[in-house]
Design a protein around this ligand. Structure first.
Ligand SMILES: Nc1nc2c(c(=O)[nH]1)N[C@H]1C(S)=C(S)[C@@H](COP(=O)(O)OP(=O)(O)OC[C@H]3O[C@@H](n4cnc5c(=O)[nH]c(N)nc54)[C@H](O)[C@@H]3O)O[C@H]1N2
Ligand SMILES: Nc1nc2c(c(=O)[nH]1)N[C@H]1C(S)=C(S)[C@@H](COP(=O)(O)OP(=O)(O)OC[C@H]3O[C@@H](n4cnc5c(=O)[nH]c(N)nc54)[C@H](O)[C@@H]3O)O[C@H]1N2
Ligand code: SF4
Ligand SMILES: [Mo]
Length: 728
């Protein structure tokens, strides 16, 4: 980083001041020889720069947030914040923020914005929603949301009569793994993931680029595990940050992970390396599994994956030496190639064979604070009249973003006429931007609730400016994990401009829709108090402490008195799944070679920067200073052969002719020759977000194809190929 500490602090002062005004006032008082009086306080809350939701303490001086630090009692942060969390004021004091409610009096996509009052904006939405309900039924309004405030919007839609609340965190993120693990163990791996990394002796990362994927306490646990001597296998076509700590880096040919997993499983069952007592007691289907995987030899897998056969054998033999203290990390963003639920199944089966589910150094059992009702004393929402939009996928447990989009285009099985996009940049988040726009064109109402004028707002009829997480209450964070906790989000400063929190917007809109009965609490404090009362937690005490932890009530590991329950059809771990067979799917995962890049093309891969969260932080001054634009990783040999130099700007064109913005080339030995890689979230085309504008390229603009997972409707997004051309 070229930024010196002095520069950084200077930047911090300006960012914290919002405008430069606070600096001259301070100087003039100093000049008069008086010490300025500082009114300071430390207010706890929790971070929303990503969804790890770390508990933090805001230092507020003279009404300005000057520093954010981790709250030591909160189990997600343990007193530390990541770089993004530290820079949270950058989003609060972003001068480009949305400041007023606005109506589009032009066309969708070519907006003319008119500043309006909250009453007008919400009145407009209520009128449209009332009409849509009368004409098409309440299910015709749907939500796409991500983030803590989304729960209020979901509640409003339920009260209005629609179950169509979707989130990219299912079909574009963790859905495949949650279903794959549930089919195997009867439960998902949880969020936060229930992995005992700190005590693990052997860690396997398949993709999962911990360290770049900067989920705070998980990275702390990972570092602790490695420091204590855990061996590490990193399976990644790219030499990731984690690969730098690995005992073995397996630079796998992208898309062939199932081949590696099946070969590992085959060796384990052939050589009887599994945890025999555990498997005998808790699992079914070993015989069938053995039969199904017998052809997947290391030599065969080596041809598919380009990992040497002896390394495949060595790594799995070593892994089983350390069972059951083995973490095969379940991954989080698992929507890769369309066969992702089956890849996750293979990872779950491997975990089961190592006996790691419910074992120290492996996976712990889910625990959650009990006794805090979600909506205390509120009336039950109406019974849904029509099915939620989960597509034709039997394991889509919730309505999915992409089936919602398809239904909005086709009108089948019923019309969808209104979207509310909350805390979600729908153009950057969903694959195939053209389809998203086509769907929006079919709507009678498009609402965007956001904090920044990124390009997706151009497609809205009305914009509701939310205040940032540092200016608002939200619902409680009822922690899951080894340490049980409850954390509060509360405003540390008053909302700037005319921005408002979601709970307020939702209540006002609910009243305008005639749904008063669902909003009996006059404000959010009353509502939070009612939730906490049920558990005898004092609201004022929680506000002061930020986080309250409870003595461990659950035993997270298997012991003689703590036998596990598996919520599968058989009540056991299912190495072979009859349920899948009955649905016409493979009961044990099979390998199918993915389509490979044509001559002259590279597979497009993407991932995270530790300094950004998707697109949401790209305009954050502090983080922008540290990482302004993404780069295109390309193998140095290939770059040279194609006549490209490190640092030069290039443009990408995909197999369907989609073109990217310009992007700087990073020629490196740290990536295979058949793929290129960029950090997701860059390439903003809205001039209103001045820092982010035209910085780097947008991976999503090149993801015109996606492979749908036939089990649960996930959208595999690593199925696009790009060629590189010189910047014109
Ligand atoms: N700093 C930061 N941290 C974040 C986020 C953020 O935005 N910023 N987002 C959070 C969220 S919501 C999520 S879902 C997670 C996502 O983070 P992960 O779950 O870790 O995402 P992955 O897609 O598994 O990891 C990307 C890695 O996969 C590798 N890869 C690409 N193709 C293949 C392949 O075919 N096989 C294998 N084995 N590897 C491959 C890439 O080279 C890259 O290193 O990160 C979370 N943490
Ligand atoms: N190509 C590609 N697509 C992906 C991914 C990828 O790696 N590559 N990752 C996938 C994954 S794992 C996930 S989880 C999703 C993430 O998808 P999103 O959560 O949609 O990600 P962002 O792009 O950060 O969009 C966030 C939007 O919320 C706004 N925002 C920020 N803070 C607030 C707030 O406090 N209130 C409100 N109302 N708005 C706010 C931002 O201005 C921005 O417009 O994307 C998925 N899609
Ligand atoms: S991991 Fe970082 S960005 Fe995410 S909640 Fe924690 S401090 Fe905030
Ligand atoms: Mo995600």
């Amino acid at each position: 980083m070229s930024l010196s500490r002095r520069d950084f602090l200077k930047l911090a002062t300006v960012a914290a001041g919002g405008t430069a005004i606070s600096v001259p006032i301070f100087k003039s008082v100093m000049a008069m020889g008086k010490k300025p009086e500082t009114v300071a306080s430390n207010i706890p809350t929790f971070c929303e720069i990503c969804f790890w939701n770390c508990g933090e303490i805001a230092r507020v001086e003279n009404g300005k947030v000057v520093k954010l630090e981790g709250n030591p009692t909160d189990p997600s942060s343990r007193g530390k914040l990541c770089a993004r969390g530290n820079a949270g004021m950058g989003s609060l004091y972003d001068p480009d923020r949305l400041k007023h409610p606005m109506l589009n009096v032009g066309k969708r996509g070519e907006p003319k914005w008119k500043k309006v009052s909250w009453d007008e904006a919400l009145g407009f939405i209520a009128e449209k929603m009332t009409k849509i309900k009368a004409t098409y039924g309440p299910e015709a309004v749907a939500l796409i949301s991500h983030g803590t405030g989304g729960s209020f919007w979901k509640y409003l839609l339920k009260a209005y009569g629609s179950q169509n609340s979707t989130a990219p965190s299912f079909a574009q993120c963790r859905g495949p793994r949650d279903i794959g693990y549930t089919l195997t163990f009867g439960a998902g791996p949880g969020s936060p993931e229930q992995i005992d990394l700190a005590n693990s002796k052997f860690i396997v990362l398949i993709g999962a680029h911990l360290g770049e994927n900067a989920h705070n306490s998980q990275v702390q646990d990972f570092v602790e595990g490695i420091a204590r001597g855990a061996k590490l296998v990193v399976v990644d076509p790219r030499f990731s940050t984690a690969a730098g700590k690995a005992t073995w880096w397996l630079p796998i040919k992208p898309g062939t992970d199932i081949a590696l997993l099946l070969a590992w499983i085959n060796i384990i069952v052939q050589e009887k390396l599994y945890d025999k007592e555990y498997i005998n007691k808790y699992a079914i289907g070993l015989k069938e599994l053995k039969e199904e995987v017998k052809t997947y030899t290391p030599e065969w897998a080596s041809k598919e994956t380009e990992i040497p056969a002896d390394i495949i054998v060595e790594t799995v033999r070593e892994m089983s030496r350390y069972k059951p203290s083995v973490v095969v990390h379940p991954g989080r963003h698992t929507a890769w190639y369309g066969d992702d639920t089956q890849r996750s199944r293979a990872m779950a089966i491997l975990t089961a064979l190592m006996g790691s589910w419910g074992r120290e150094g492996g996976y712990y059992f889910p625990t959650k604070v009990a006794g805090i009702p979600e909506y205390p004393n509120l009336p039950s929402p109406p019974e849904p009249q029509r099915l939620k939009l989960s597509g034709d996928w039997p394991y889509a447990v919730e309505a999915t973003t992409t089936s919602l989009r398809k239904t909005t285009i086709t009108g089948k099985p019923y019309p969808v006429k209104g979207w509310i996009a909350y805390d979600c940049h729908i153009l950057k988040t969903l694959p195939n931007q053209k389809e998203t726009i086509e769907a929006i064109k079919n709507l009678d109402l498009m609402v965007v609730v956001d904090v920044l004028p990124y390009a997706h707002i151009d497609w809205a009829d009305v914009i509701l400016p939310e205040c940032t997480y540092l200016e608002r209450y939200d619902d409680l964070k009822v922690g899951k994990g080894k340490v049980l906790s409850v954390t509060i989000r509360q405003p540390v400063v008053q909302p700037m401009y005319e921005s408002k929190p979601s709970w307020w917007m939702v209540r006002e809109l609910g009243i305008k829709l005639g749904l008063e009965a669902y909003f009996p609490y006059k404000d959010i404090e009353e509502y939070l108090k009612a939730r906490l009362d049920a558990k005898s937690i004092r609201f004022e005490e929680l506000k002061e402490k930020g986080t309250i932890t409870f003595p461990d009530t659950a035993n997270p590991f298997i012991t003689s008195g703590n036998e596990p329950e598996f919520d599968t059809d058989s009540g056991k771990i299912e190495l072979y799944s009859k349920a899948l067979k009955e649905q016409g799917f493979d009961p044990v995962p099979k390998y199918k070679r993915p389509e490979m890049p044509p001559e002259g093309y590279f597979r497009l891969l993407y991932g995270r920067s530790p300094l950004h969260t998707f697109s949401r932080t790209v305009n954050n001054q502090w983080l922008w200073e540290l990482y302004k634009e993404n780069e295109l990783w390309i193998n140095a040999k290939r770059a040279k052969a194609l006549g490209f130099k490190n640092g030069e700007y290039v443009v990408l064109i995909n197999q369907d002719g989609a073109r990217s913005n310009r992007i700087k080339l990073k020629a490196t030995e740290r990536i295979r020759e058949d793929c290129v890689y960029m950090v997701h979230g860059f390439g903003h085309n809205s001039k209103e977000t001045k820092k982010a504008y035209k910085k780097g390229a947008d991976d999503q603009s090149l993801i015109t194809r996606y492979a749908i997972d036939p089990l649960m409707g996930g959208t595999g997004m690593r199925v696009n190929f790009v060629k590189i051309i010189k910047e014109a």
